[in-house]
Design a protein. Structure first.
Length: 342
């Protein structure tokens, strides 16, 4: 088994750095687009055989060192009774957003096995299909990030509804975040039971909050989830736009801190210390250049990552217009050039 990823998560010495890409199973791959021609996005998420097919595509076609189950972070909200739609060109949409404490009563704490069992079935199927080739990552979103979509009703430029609620009625918003955390804890525990060998928690909208308000508003529900998963599998926390939060993030009970591209890794290391493995953090748009340029940037990234555990990745998800050859160039360069990083 290629267990470089898991060993690096645990802080062990490895012969080279592992590499994978956020959103690696997705629209940049023609093979994925062929699957999507047959089914809509949510149908794909709910069909374990198709989930297994697209989850394995980047392993087979690009050569990544870890697979991450294909799903969407918003699925638990749908299980809680929030109507979820994906609108072409607009992305996820909640036609009935939750914007005050009274609205929270519309949300249920579901039987996770019954409502999200298709995710666990997919995990079991992918583990069998992988047959030990690379580890399998499960994932979920933080309560703060999930609430960002649910409260706004979808994507937003200002997040005025969410941020306004956080100032106007922080206790009410805390009720929502805690309810999401309750479901997320069970959801992620079941992923582990179904075969996930690591869990990544995505905090796409962590950067909306300053340090004090992150500590007061978002951190308590996040800590509940992370504390519940201790001593299970390696835990990864990803913060987008969270460079100003590193003083808080370095204290999280996780194995790996995944960071965006806005700070060089060596600066991140100075700020968080050596306890955590770092994951990241090439700018995804760098993969729109040339293979030669990508190789140079990967070499620089590896140099910045020296001095501690490093999982090579992008600082955010791979862009749909990325040429497959450039994705392969990123993976190949990471695997070849990081051998001297052990």
């Amino acid at each position: 088994m290629n267990d470089l990823f898991l060993r690096t998560c645990r802080g062990e010495t490895v012969e080279r750095s592992p590499v994978w890409m956020m959103r690696q199973a997705g629209r940049y791959l023609p093979e994925y687009l062929k699957v999507r021609e047959k089914v809509d996005f949510l149908t794909l998420c709910r069909t374990p055989e198709l989930v297994a097919e697209v989850t394995l595509q980047p392993v087979d076609l690009v050569g990544v060192d870890a697979a991450i189950v294909f799903a969407d972070i918003l699925l638990p909200l749908e299980a809680m009774g929030a109507e979820l739609k994906f609108v072409k060109g607009d992305g996820p949409c909640f036609p009935q957003p939750v914007r005050r404490a009274e609205d929270i009563t519309r949300l249920i704490v579901p039987d996770v096995d019954e409502t999200l069992g298709y995710v666990f079935d997919a995990l079991r199927l992918v583990r069998r299909e992988l047959n030990g080739r690379v580890p399998l990552i499960g994932f979920g979103g933080t309560p703060w990030t999930l609430a960002a979509y649910l409260v706004e009703g979808g994507k937003s430029k200002s997040f005025a509804h969410l941020l306004g609620w956080s100032y106007r009625d922080p206790k009410g918003l805390r009720q929502l975040l805690d309810k999401i955390a309750d479901v997320s804890i069970t959801y992620l525990q079941r992923q582990i039971a179904a075969g996930a060998q690591a869990i990544q928690v995505f905090d796409t909208w962590a950067g909306l909050l300053d340090r004090q308000r992150f500590r007061e508003v978002a951190l308590p529900s996040l800590r509940r989830i992370l504390d519940s998963l201790q001593n299970t599998v390696p835990l990864i926390y990803y913060a987008n736009g969270g460079g100003h939060l590193l003083a808080e993030l370095k204290e999280l009970p996780v194995n790996v801190l995944s960071v965006d591209w806005r700070l060089p890794l060596d600066e991140v290391r100075q700020l968080v210390g050596n306890r955590l493995t770092l994951q990241g953090n090439l700018d995804p748009t760098a993969l729109l250049s040339t293979p030669a340029d990508i190789r140079q940037r990967v070499a620089r990234l590896i140099e910045q990552g020296r001095g501690g555990g490093h999982i090579i990745n992008l600082g955010h998800g791979i862009l749909p217009m990325t040429p497959v050859d450039n994705a392969r160039a990123f993976i190949d360069a990471a695997q070849e050039l990081s051998v001297t990083n052990s």
